[in-house]
Design a protein around this ligand. Sequence first.
Ligand code: CP
Ligand code: NVA
Length: 300
Amino acid sequence: MKHLLKLADLSREEILSILNLADQLKYERKQGIFKDYLKGKKLGMIFQKSSTRTRVSFEVGMYELGGNALFLSNRDLQIGRGEPVQDTARVLSRYLDAIMIRTFAQSEVEDLAKYGSIPVINGLTDYCHPCQVLADLMTIREKKGTFKGLKLCFIGDGNNMANSLMVGAVRTGMSFAIACPEGYEPDAQLMAWAKENGSFTLTRSVQEAAADADIVYTDVWASMGQEEEKAKREKAFAGYQVNDAAMAAAKPDAMVLHCLPAHRGEEITAEVFEAHADEIFEEAENRLHAQKAVLCKVMK
Ligand code: CP
Ligand code: NVA
């Protein structure tokens, strides 16, 4: 595996292999065992958007693997003043062993990989969030023991999370249902692909999407970069909430996952969030383990 640009680039076997390594790394960490799998390796982390989990988990992950991570903010890099990504890629390739990038356009991540000569990891774009979904899959398998026969439902915006979750569900054999308002569907090509390759349902009804679900997933109504649409989106998404009524439609032992940050009272009620806080924060912890596995796969 050379890069992690989007989840669809990975086969089912590659995804399972990352999850297996992530489980092993989590186990070793719990035993206090830290092996220098990436001794002396340097990861550059370009952030053009805010981050808590991605930044800290990648930085700590590199440290725990015996390497180093450099936080490269858009505010300080010349990329923020218009230096082309093609040039940035060729320069950074001469200093670093891998790059993680969080940005807006997916094409920027693809260009970084195309023009650079080192592995590139997508730390979120407007299009997808593969690192998050690897941690989500890890969490689901940890709690449910399998992916077989599970239904994953997503309530809310057909955004980067919905796009990657859809791919993750198809690759692992879970059925996927999304409830979203008109005009806020996931990527059209990905939906067509999911219909052809897996079990995919798009509905306007939260009750229908959540019916008998094993995993109920949601994310913010307005993503980073959509701050100006906040008021419009609050109207459009009213009712697209993970609340007691949605949970009553799901299986009694359904898990709730959220990539975080969460907006209580919007996409999820405070009650449902707190009732499932253990799962949600395990999911956040698993970012660390899943990304350490990805780092090992692309750099070792
Ligand atoms: N879930 C996630 O990617 O969190 P951050 O935006 O804090 O990195
Ligand atoms: N959809 C959200 C995810 C944050 C991790 C965003 O892009 O802001």
